[in-house]
Write a protein that binds this ligand. Structure first.
Ligand code: 5GP
Length: 185
């Protein structure tokens, strides 16, 4: 029951929606809240979606070794606090990180027992459609995020599981199956 799971996926693939749905019905999975230097999007709450911080404070935390992993993605820094992960695992609960592929591979190197899951879109066209359709990013930010996709797909080859997000229901079912299998249930 106390395993570390990582979910990654390109911007717009719908991982946020899938994870939200997964957590609704699986209360043995605790999601880590990341720290970021990105500005909050409309509706995002500090301490709920992210801990929003300045680059100075972020780098201070890096120097004090507070992050289990951190990475720069599309011009902003994102990191996972060590404390939360270690304490939750000690409490006998599964921890879920929703982080980019660079951070995921850092963790796998340090903790090889970590289970990496990559959420893939049904097609590249669909990914573009979803990213543009959600309307949260400027044209420039969209292009920047799309330019990461190739590298993300390359990195995903090192993942333990690939889940195609064709529909949210299907993706959640597949994730539940992976969690059950890895927890020997
Ligand atoms: P967004 O700005 O869309 O919320 O997130 C951008 C990317 O940063 C996504 O791929 C997301 O998974 C990743 N991300 C979020 N939190 C973390 C973190 O703590 N560490 C790393 N390495 N990536 C993160």
């Amino acid at each position: 029951m106390n395993k570390l799971f990582v979910i990654s996926g390109s911007s717009g693939v719908g991982k946020g929606t899938v994870i939200k749905q997964l957590l609704k019905t699986n209360n043995n999975i605790k999601l880590s809240i990341s720290t970021t230097t990105r500005n909050p999007r409309e509706g995002e709450i500090n301490g709920v979606h992210y801990f929003f911080t300045t680059r100075d404070d972020f780098m201070k935390a890096v120097n004090q070794d507070e992050f289990i992993e951190w990475a720069e993605f599309s011009g902003n820094c994102y990191g996972t606090k060590k404390d939360f992960v270690e304490n939750t695992l000690k409490n006998g609960q599964n921890v879920l990180l929703e982080i980019d592929t660079q951070g995921a591979l850092q963790i796998k190197e340090k903790m090889p027992e970590t289970i990496l899951i990559f959420i893939a879109p049904p097609s590249m066209e669909e990914l573009k459609k979803r990213l543009i359709g959600r309307g949260t990013e400027s044209e420039e930010a969209i292009q920047k995020r799309l330019s990461c996709v190739e590298k993300e797909q390359e990195n995903s080859k090192k993942y333990d599981y690939i889940v195609i997000n064709d529909t949210v229901e299907n993706a959640v079912l597949k994730l539940e199956e992976i969690f059950r299998k890895e927890n020997n249930e």
